[in-house]
Write a protein that binds this ligand. Structure first.
Ligand code: PLP
Length: 382
């Protein structure tokens, strides 16, 4: 019998809920992906580059034209001049970028601080590197960093801290003041950061995204990760990138080289073309998703769910304690899916130890207006 290296890992809740939604014919607001098409010009560019013969291995670090586009975006959005050659690496998805950053830095016995609720790939990636996650819960109800708990969690073994803003599942944003506090907290310690910023362009209400890329002191020790999948409505392309100082990028690339070697070539060409030809896509994205958030929230105003509008991401948390306080959130998600035809994700699965009275589920609003209207009608009828 094989002894599992990841005994606690099973099929993810995202797969389970999507499968259940398909089985019972429910509207799937569980897994985070758009149900509308990607930009036509972007899709056409893939076909064009395949026809042009761009079908062999890309450079290990990513196509130069795409790395240049990322570098110029980082300069214009965050005011940092980064080298496309030595600081930008294209990866097959943000997930691979996070995995490689962790393998590059974390050694057996090291501790990595994660802020619960957190994305599910972090912990197995830390464990495969021989490290251990130290879970620090975010403070409710706003999902902000609890600095006392963060300070208490630091130890001589802390090697890394994983940040995620805009935050999945809550949509909460990190502030500049919080980054300054973090910088002060780890100033004299040998601690690195993974800053998971895959929803960097999904920030609403005129508030700008606070990136670690705009923070000199933190950037010096950070791997900043993003995802073209989220930004260009192509989650199935699994294409992302990491920006990190040259010495960190060099270490990350040593791992990336043997995990995947490179991202998919024609997709990288297409993204580079599209970014160059359509810079307005990034400028329009917050408004595009804010309209979806507002439509969904306005439609739910007459329901018995309670919520605060998400500040970022394409997820909306709702409190269902006025409806079925007797159900925990896993049971509630199943009940919503089976009995009311709308699939959701329970928030407790993002925790190592969820607060016992947590009555929150997550809906994804990256959906067509028609889908959101149909779902909201069902939810309002409960
Ligand atoms: C917080 C967070 N990080 C990383 C990822 C993974 O991104 P990718 O699909 O590019 O691997 C996701 C996707 O859902 C996410 O929500």
């Amino acid at each position: 019998m094989i002894t599992s290296k990841l005994p606690n890992v099973g099929t993810t809740i995202f797969t389970q809920m999507s499968q259940l939604a398909a089985e019972v014919g429910a509207i799937n607001l569980s897994q985070g992906f758009p149900d509308f098409p990607a930009p036509v010009a972007l899709c056409e560019a893939v076909g064009k580059h395949i026809a042009l013969g761009h079908n062999q291995y890309a450079p290990m670090t990513g196509l130069p034209a795409l790395r240049e586009q990322v570098a110029s975006k980082v300069a214009s959005f965050y005011g940092r001049s980064v080298s496309a050659d030595s600081e930008v690496t294209i990866t097959p998805g943000a997930t691979e970028a996070i995995f490689c950053a962790l393998q590059a830095v974390v050694r057996a016995g090291d501790e990595v601080i994660v802020l619960d609720p957190c994305y599910d790939s972090y912990e197995p990636s830390v464990e495969l590197a021989g490290g251990r996650c130290v879970h620090v819960p975010l403070a409710l109800p706003g999902f902000s960093i609890d600095w006392q708990r963060m300070t208490d969690a630091l130890s001589p073994r802390t090697r890394m801290i994983i940040l995620n803003s805009p935050h999945n599942p809550s949509g909460a944003l990190i502030s500049r003041a919080e980054l300054d506090w973090l910088a002060a907290l780890i100033r004299d310690r040998d601690i690195y950061l993974v800053s998971d910023e895959v929803y960097e362009h999904l920030v609403f209400d005129g508030v700008g995204h606070v990136s670690v890329l705009a923070h000199d002191e933190l950037y010096a020790r950070a791997f900043v990760v993003s995802s073209f999948g989220k930004t260009y409505h192509v989650t199935g392309w699994k294409t992302g990138y990491v920006v990190a100082p040259p010495a960190l990028s060099a270490e990350l690339r040593k791992v990336h080289q043997y995990v995947n070697f490179c991202g998919v070539t024609p997709l990288q060409w297409a993204l580079a073309d599209f970014m160059a030809a359509h810079p307005e896509h990034l400028a329009e994205l917050p408004g595009f998703y804010q309209a979806k958030r507002d439509l969904f929230c306005d439609l739910l105003a007459d329901s018995r769910f309670r919520f605060t509008r998400a500040a970022g991401t394409y997820f909306q948390l709702v409190d269902y304690s006025a409806i079925r306080p007797d159900l925990d959130d896993v049971a509630m998600s199943e009940w919503l899916t089976r009995e009311h035809g709308v699939a959701a994700i329970p928030v407790s699965v993002f925790y190592r130890e969820a607060p016992r009275d947590l009555r929150l589920v997550r809906f994804c609003f990256a959906k067509r207006e028609e889908t959101l209207r149909q779902a909201a009608e069902k939810l309002c009828a409960i």
